[in-house]
Each structure stands twice: as C-alpha cells, then as structure tokens.
Design a protein around this ligand. Structure first.
Ligand code: NAP
Length: 442
C-alpha cells in the first residue's frame, strides 16, 4: 500500500515525502529522478530535446513500474495527473494525497529554482498560473485526500497526512474494479458529513496489505475474494463470529490492534429476518462456500432447522456437521425444497452474465416459501422472478450486501449507517448498470 503525493511542482512533494517516509519507515521514491535516470538526461534537457509529449511517455512507463511497488512513499511528478492511465495505475495500490498550495506560495518557493522547464514562451508566473488553473480539477478528481499546505511546515504537513490516514477505510480484494463498496460507503460518509474516505485496492498479497494497514494507521478494511479465509491469520484479535465462519471480511484498526470481523453473517441474517422469523423453520441452503457458511451460522443461531445441499456433496456434509444440520447432500436432493419454509441460493448461479440460469426447478417453489438469493447482480435473478411468479416471498441479495456494509460502516466510524442513502445509491447503480456491466464482488 503506497502513499502517492501529487500536486504542482513546488508544492513540497519531495520535502514532505522525505519526512513522511521517515515517520512511516518507508522508502521515498521520486518519480522525476527515475524519469531522469531512464532518459540519461535532466528533466529540462528531456523536454528541450524531445518535447513534453515524449517526457509524458517516459513518465507513463515509470508510473507503471512504480505502481507495482509496495509500501513506498511516491513523490510523483506535477503533471502525472494529465494522463488518466497514470491515475488508474497509481490508485490500484496507492492512496493519492494532493498537497494543495496557492499561486503566490508556489512562486515564492520556486523563486530560486530556475532549472525547471517552462512551457513555451511564458514567464514563470504565467506558466504557473495557467498550469495551476488547468491542473486543479485534475488533482481534485484524482485525490483520495487533499491537504492544505499553506502556512504549514513540511513536518506539520507530514503529520497532517498521517492524521488523515486514520480516517481512510479501504477495500482489499482482487479484482475490485467493479465493486460497489466504495460507492455506498462514501455516499454514507457524505450523507453524515464525516471526513472519512473509502478507497479500493487491488491486492495480491494479503499479508503485506494487512501490514500496510497497520503501518499506515488506516482505520479499517473490507476484505473480499479471494482473501477472506487467509486474512484471519494476520489480525491480532478475531471476533467470535469470524472464528465460527472461518472468514474475516472486515478489519478494524484500533491504535495498531487489528480485529477481524465477519459482517456477512449480520447482513444475511438481517435481510432474512425482514421477511421471516427463523425459529423452528425448515431452511434449505444451497451452496457450501464462504457465503453459505455465514448464512448457515445465522440460520442456526436463529433457531432454524437446516438442510444443506451442494454440488460437491462432501462440502455440504462438512458444513452440516459444523452447524448440526438435520440433513445434507448433493443437488439431487433439491426436492427437499417442496417441504421447506425457506430456500437460500448461496452459489453464483444466476449471476451476470448467465442470468438465465437457476439451480432450483420452478415446480418446487410453493407459495409458503421465502426465497433468498445471495446473488445481487442482477437484482432480480431468474430464481427470484420465478419465486415471485409462484407466490413466494422474496429476499434480494442486495439487501445482504447493504446490511453487511452497514455493519462495517458502524465498526469503522462509530456512527449509525444512513441506510436509506446507501440503499438508494446501491439500487440505482444496480438498475443503471444492469445491461452494461458485471460487478459481483465486494
Ligand atoms: P465460494 O466460497 O466460492 O462458494 C461457491 C459455492 O457455489 C460453492 O458451494 C460451489 O459449489 C457453488 N457453485 C459454484 N458454481 C456452481 C454451479 N455452477 N452449480 C452449482 N453450484 C455451484 O463463494 P461464496 O463467497 O460463498 O459466494 C457465493 C455467491 O454468493 C457469490 O457468487 C455471490 O453471488 C454471493 N454472495 C453474495 C453476498 C451478498 O452480500 N449478497 C455476499 C457474499 C457472496 P462447489 O463446492 O461444488 O464448488
């Protein structure tokens, strides 16, 4: 997990970066230095000899390489934000911190710096004024954090960054590009006017990512595929529900002590309990992976009688033993549904793009059944559409997603999650994107 300092030349990226790197015990990487090394020329000479476009091309190559590194402080070049591709790369594993500064301060700081290249035919003032004007919106759009640097010493700016990191929450998974978690968490923060920020990181090495959370003092993380099971090894304390489900989907950092939770359990239970009571009900759970495990625990705690069915029969049997289920087996036993009160699909069957699939024959669905599909893209799966046609009560998968995120929100911020706002942005995104895209992960 990297810290990437962005901002105008003269905004103090290197000076602040040096202090930040020392405080966080990280290496400082200066992108301009790497560009210079690669070209074998100083920056003004590259621009003079080859022009700005060529300079930007070299910068793009260097950006790709630096973005692959981990646990560094990166003082990026002032114009790195002019190419969207650079931002996308840096964001995959980096928190972008914009060092904000006004024109006069910039000019004061750059007064002695005559070596920096000016854009053709401009004075230093004209050059800075025009560039600052053009870049402001780009920095703002790219930045996860914006730090006002006017009237602050580099030491104070570094401290301000470290303090802001305590309000960063993140998503850790691979892939994360289509995740809706940033959308709903950030909408919640904005609705409450609290200065938290939620950023996604594509993470291959979960151990290093968790070290990064600890080292940077990041407030918390949502953990998604494929890291939920392994995350449990690297936290300091584990909530009882996470132990029982064998998976951590949430990490909270309290002054360097990392605690792992599983909020899928809460999400599934709350979604189900909105539609039905559980005590004494017969529930057929289809699937035996991570989601099924959290749901099985919820059903058991709620007092339901469990039947667990799975494509791979042994896994169903293992889960049935863990949660003392009444029965278990392969999918050939699906006719158990005809005598059940609750049916849950905890497999990806029906998910975009194979939306025309369902594991459960329509003929087994009866009007006393509550049907919960954990798949939430599309919102209305084939299973849920058929269940409604047959007069069943239905529970949408997006509700589980919403409620598990709300529990995370509360663990991260200590504030009650603004559910209406979070639900509204979530359902709008699912409706708006249903024909175009295919996010399924958190
Ligand atoms: P997982 O650990 O990989 O487990 C997948 C389960 O689905 C396994 O039991 C697997 O059976 C079964 N399965 C996969 N493909 C199948 C197929 N073609 N036919 C029959 N069974 C099949 O995944 P997970 O984390 O449990 O997630 C499962 C699904 O739950 C996800 O795809 C997602 O849609 C949903 N989910 C929703 C939420 C939410 O908040 N709404 C949260 C988590 C998950 P085998 O054991 O035979 O491989």
């Amino acid at each position: 997990m990297n810290i990437v300092l962005i901002g105008m030349r003269g905004s103090g990226k290197t000076t602040v970066g040096r202090r930040l790197a020392r405080k966080l015990d990280r290496e400082l990487v200066e992108m301009d230095e790497l560009i210079s090394k690669r070209a074998g020329l100083a920056i003004p000479e590259i621009v003079e000899k080859y022009g700005w476009e060529k300079f930007r091309d070299i910068e793009e190559q260097v950006t790709d390489e630096v973005a692959e590194r981990d646990n560094i402080v990166n003082a990026a070049g002032g114009g790195v934000v002019t190419r969207e591709q650079n931002i996308q790369e840096l964001k995959k594993n980096g928190i972008l911190v914009w060092l904000k500064v006004g024109l006069n301060t910039l000019l004061e700081r750059l007064g002695e710096d005559s070596k920096r290249p000016l854009l053709a035919g401009r004075t230093q003032r004209e050059d800075m004024e025009i560039t600052l004007d053009e870049r402001k919106a780009l920095y703002q759009k790219a930045a996860d954090l914006a730090i006002d640097t006017e009237d602050k010493t580099p030491e104070e700016i570094a401290e301000a960054i470290i303090k802001s990191l305590k309000k960063i929450c993140c998503l850790i998974g691979d892939p994360v590009e289509h995740s809706l978690s940033p959308l709903i968490h950030n909408a919640g923060y904005q609705a409450l006017g609290i200065n938290y920020v939620y950023v996604p990181f594509r993470v291959r090495d979960i151990k290093r990512a968790i070290e990064g959370i600890r080292g940077l003092g990041i407030r918390g993380a949502s953990i998604t595929m494929p890291h939920k099971a392994r995350a449990i090894e690297y936290v300091d304390e584990i909530d009882r529900l996470a132990i029982e489900t064998g998976a951590v989907n949430t990490i909270v950092n309290n002054d360097g002590i990392l605690t792992g939770y599983n909020t899928d359990y809460h999400g599934a239970l709350k979604a189900l309990e909105e539609a039905t009571s559980l005590e004494g009900k017969r529930a057929v759970l289809v699937g035996s992976g991570g989601a099924a495990t959290a749901i099985a625990l919820g059903l058991k705690m709620g007092g339901a009688k469990l039947v667990i069915l799975n494509r791979t029969e042994e896994k169903a049997k293992r889960l049935a033993e863990m949660f003392d289920a009444e029965d278990s087996g392969g999918l050939k036993k699906l006719d158990e549904v005809s005598s059940a009160d609750i049916l849950i699909n905890a497999t990806p069957v029906g998910m975009w793009p194979k939306t025309n699939e369902s594991l459960i024959p329509k003929s087994l669905l009866h009007n006393r059944l509550v049907v919960f599909d954990t798949v939430y893209n599309p919102k209305e799966t084939k299973l849920l559409a058929e269940a409604r046609e047959r007069g069943c009560a239905v529970v949408y998968g997006y509700k589980m997603f919403l409620y598990q995120a709300a529990t995370q929100f509360e663990l991260f911020t200590g504030h009650q999650a603004p559910l209406k706002v979070m639900e509204s942005v979530l359902t709008q995104a699912l409706e708006g994107e249903k024909d175009a895209t295919h996010f399924d992960r958190r």
